[in-house]
Design a protein around this ligand. Structure first.
Ligand SMILES: [Zn+2]
Length: 149
């Protein structure tokens, strides 16, 4: 069972209490741990809430509305003027899929606020062109789909 030796380490368990035997760099996907144990736990909820407070609007909606890059307060005013609801973001999306890489997972430069609709359609788009859903991991097994929620 020869594994590629030049792969960067991908899995750095956050909880030393739970040595999850990262023998396979992609095992985080196949493992049976809960989302919380994979890093979507309390710390993520906190960071996510904080991020969405600072970036409350879906960037894709803003782009569609021509409001991208406008200060939040101005977006609120503009939406009120147009009589449309604010494009509230509820999901923090990883622009580049982190694939279990904790540095990418926590890199806020790699985050973007999205509404659920755009998050779902974006995920589908990325999966559509032979994306992650049918990707084959370095161990030769198919890699499952990504879930950032
Ligand atoms: Zn949106």
């Amino acid at each position: 069972m020869a594994r590629l030796q030049n792969l960067p380490p991908r899995l750095q368990p956050l909880r030393p209490k739970r040595p999850a035997a990262p023998s396979n760099p992609d095992s985080w996907r196949a493992d049976k741990r809960t989302a919380a144990q994979r890093g979507y736990g309390y710390r993520w909820q906190q960071a996510r809430a904080e991020y969405l407070q600072a970036h409350p609007h879906c960037v894709m909606c803003l782009r569609e509305m021509g409001l991208l890059g406008m200060p939040t307060a101005d977006v609120v005013v503009e939406c009120a003027k147009r009589g449309v609801p604010e494009p509230v973001a509820t999901v923090v999306n990883h622009v580049t899929p982190h694939r279990g890489d904790w540095r990418m997972f926590w890199d806020r430069g790699n985050w973007e606020p999205l509404c659920k609709r755009h998050h779902d359609s974006d995920a589908q788009r990325r999966d559509g062109s032979g994306g992650q859903r049918n990707r084959i991991g370095p161990d030769g097994r198919p890699v499952g789909s990504m879930d950032d929620r």
